[in-house]
Design a protein around this ligand. Structure first.
Ligand code: PXP
Length: 246
């Protein structure tokens, strides 16, 4: 891939928190499937959903409803468990992003230790890949995690941008450098790099400008903004900010 003419950066919109709001009252509103349709209209390239072990937001029945509501590719974020593997194989999303998951965490707080968990991950990556699902590993931007992804044969890695998003002062440039360097390293080794977590209108552009990145997955901020300006406008504005730097 020429870095002089980077391809359009895809935007995957994580709609988990539409389900969080719905679940607060236990009914059907607001409906994540309707949110997926609006994302498609607003120029989103994919829908990302995280079916957590505790089903705190997206539920099993949402998976096919969201997929049926829009022609957009579905990216299923999933823990490396037998239960999630079975669900992924049944639903056959376009992509599956393997994430670490701890019941007590508020969100996915760190990257997957792909290096330390090779034996656990290898059969899961193989079975998803054999089913034609594009596997991604949600990792910290570190060389050893990219090497682990290569050993596992994962075609995609998604860099956890949480440390960048939460950095202040000189730390911002340091965290940025790590992502820039690791995006180049991944691409050089034939792995497609994505990024996500904690991205906002204020911090997205330096990340979006990294030429090797093919996709960003953004959720919490977009759903939060949607409360003020509507989901379509919220997604469109992110799309425009990303396009400005490409
Ligand atoms: N990518 C992955 C793998 C995630 O787990 C999450 C959070 O669910 C996101 C992207 C989106 O992060 P945020 O909601 O902070 O935008």
């Amino acid at each position: 891939m020429s870095v002089l003419n980077p391809p359009r950066l895809r935007l995957g919109v994580n709609i988990d928190h539409v389900a969080t709001i719905r679940n607060a009252r236990g009914g059907e509103h607001p409906d994540p499937a309707r949110a997926a349709q609006i994302v498609a209209r607003a120029g989103g390239d994919g829908i990302t959903v995280h079916l957590r072990e505790d089903r705190r937001h997206i539920r099993d029945e949402d998976l096919h409803r969201v997929a049926d509501a829009t022609g957009l590719p579905i990216n299923l974020e999933m823990a490396a468990t037998d239960e999630m593997l079975e669900i992924a194989l049944r639903h056959r999303p376009h992509a599956a992003c393997i994430v670490p998951e701890r019941r007590e965490e508020r969100t996915t707080e760190g990257g997957l230790d792909a290096a330390g968990q090779h034996n656990r991950l290898a059969p899961i990556v193989a079975r998803l890949s054999d089913a034609g699902i594009r596997v991604s590993l949600f990792i910290a931007p570190e060389p050893r995690q990219i090497e682990a992804a290569m050993k596992l044969g994962a075609p995609v890695v998604e860099f956890h941008t949480g440390e960048y998003a939460h950095a202040t002062g000189e730390q911002v440039a340091y965290e940025m450098r790590r992502i820039v360097d690791m995006a180049a390293l991944a691409a050089k080794n034939g792995i497609e790099p994505h990024a996500g977590h904690g991205l906002t209108y204020e911090n997205v552009q330096p990340i979006a400008a990294i030429p090797q990145l093919a996709e960003l997955n953004i959720g919490h901020y977009l759903i939060g903004e949607a409360i003020f300006i509507g989901l379509e406008a919220s997604v469109k504005k992110m799309r425009a900010l990303m396009d400005e730097v490409r």
